[in-house]
Design a binder for this molecule. Structure first.
Ligand SMILES: Nc1ncnc2c1ncn2[C@@H]1O[C@H](COP(=O)(O)OP(=O)(O)OP(=O)(O)O)[C@@H](O)[C@H]1O
Ligand SMILES: [Mg+2]
Length: 402
């Protein structure tokens, strides 16, 4: 039986409350469309970390493949990893601090020569910098909204010369919609100055100023490597489910305030109801972005249409959110379900992809599956379930030839 180290960061229980129930209770008044005045970093400090329920669900799924050793990515992580030396690490750790936080666990695994799942430190750091990500995309000719980086309010004049209003501003190094509310949509110079100044002060990092993409939004879950990387059924954002008058974005309000357990937003449409040519165009930019950014095993890529209806990459998440409860509206598991994969199969597929890529043999039980016949008509989920079999060889050779 292989020994799987499971690296994660667990949300403190109290902060989970601050991020959701308490924040909602404080902000929501009877039926009114509540918008946060501000959501200081202290409120959403742990928004990216995983809940106990997610961590337990992932550990449960991994236990179908081997012995799971939980390795919380705290300050003792390097020492514990060195002592335990698992055969492979399944990594979902979002990291503790700094702009390279998501790269720390993979970098430590590399230091000790221990295989791990998912993208490498370079890709994780790159994708946590929205501007560097977009530079890479633009250099490769992959459509993404025009942008500039603002480090102080006086840079705004330069931004306005280069870009056309309306603009959308975001902290450069965050995720989970930290610092992204309706106020980030700026129609005028005054709005741009006010919101940029408040983000610079609150998040203590540069702000990326982008042209606003007015069209529909999608998010795409990708599984695989090299030529076998596939987009699972596309998830469409149903902005009609937002409260009346809301801006059509999937920001902090939609993720953390308006989507309530007693009144969940019907935010996602999966598979998205779009025509085949648009679906192909979205899949193409998604897989191109995945490839040029060096993503491995899995990632979730957000895409929005510009005024001409062309898909543009908004951002790339090499550590996708994976809430296990279908009621929690988590996009990657939702796309996997639409592809016929259970939550456990999704997690196990990711580990199998990582093991195949690094030639880590899985358990004896799974080795039997290698001899199973491969048919052209077998669904994707079945092929992924057998990734330590013939498909693994394809995957490895594609990776080597990529
Ligand atoms: N240029 C843009 N034009 C229009 N809307 C945008 C633009 N950039 C971001 N948005 C909106 O803001 C949302 C959040 O932005 P983004 O995905 O970059 O942030 P994030 O915090 O990294 O998200 P995630 O929760 O996926 O990690 C997007 O889903 C989209 O609705
Ligand atoms: Mg996003």
């Amino acid at each position: 039986m292989i020994r799987i180290g499971f690296a994660y960061n667990q949300k403190p229980e109290e902060s989970a409350l601050i991020g959701t129930e308490a924040a909602r209770a404080e902000k929501l008044t009877d039926g009114e469309l509540s918008r946060p005045d501000e959501e200081p970093p202290s409120r959403d400090e742990f928004a990216e970390w995983d809940s106990k329920a997610t961590i337990d669900a992932v550990a449960g799924a991994l236990s179908g493949l081997g012995e799971v050793i939980r390795l919380e990515a705290d300050e003792d992580f390097p020492e514990r990893l060195r002592d335990i030396r698992p055969d492979i690490v399944f990594n979902i750790a979002e990291g503790r601090h700094g702009v390279n936080r998501e790269a720390h666990v993979p970098a430590i695994c590399e230091f000790y020569g221990i295989p791990y799942s998912g993208s490498d430190p370079l890709t994780l750091s790159l994708c946590l910098d929205k501007a560097r990500t977009k530079e890479t995309l633009a250099w490769h000719g992959i459509p993404t909204a025009r942008f500039t980086v603002v480090r102080e309010v006086s840079d705004i004049a330069r931004a306005l010369k280069a870009l056309s209003l309306p603009l959308f501003v975001k902290p450069i190094h965050e995720g989970s919609s930290k610092g992204i509310t309706e106020r980030n949509f700026c129609r005028t110079r005054a709005e741009l100055e006010a919101r940029t100044a408040s983000l610079l002060a609150a998040y203590n990092q540069p702000v990326i100023v982008e042209e606003y993409l007015p069209g529909a939004e999608f998010t795409c879950a990708v599984l695989g490597n090299g030529k076998t990387a596939e987009v699972l059924p596309i998830v469409g954002m149903n902005f009609a489910s937002l409260p009346e008058g809301a801006l059509p974005i999937y920001g902090y309000e939609a993720k953390w305030i308006w989507d309530r357990p007693e009144n969940p937003l019907q935010m996602f449409d999966c598979p998205a109801h779009i025509d085949a040519s648009l679906a192909r165009a979205i899949e193409r930019v998604t897989l191109d972005a995945y490839r040029v950014l060096g993503c491995r095993d899995w990632s979730r890529i957000d895409v929005r249409l510009n005024a001409a209806g062309e898909p543009n990459v908004v951002e790339v998440n090499p550590l996708p959110g994976i809430l296990p409860d279908p009621a929690d509206n988590s996009c990657f598991p939702k796309a996997a379900r639409a592809a016929g994969m259970s939550y456990d199969e999704l997690i196990q597929s990711c580990l199998r992809l990582a093991a195949a890529r690094q030639r880590v043999p899985l358990s004896r039980q799974l080795r039997k599956a290698r001899t199973a016949p491969k048919t052209a008509t077998r669904p994707r989920s079945a092929r992924l379930r057998e990734l330590d079999g013939p498909a693994a060889k394809d995957s490895v050779s594609n990776r080597l030839s990529a």
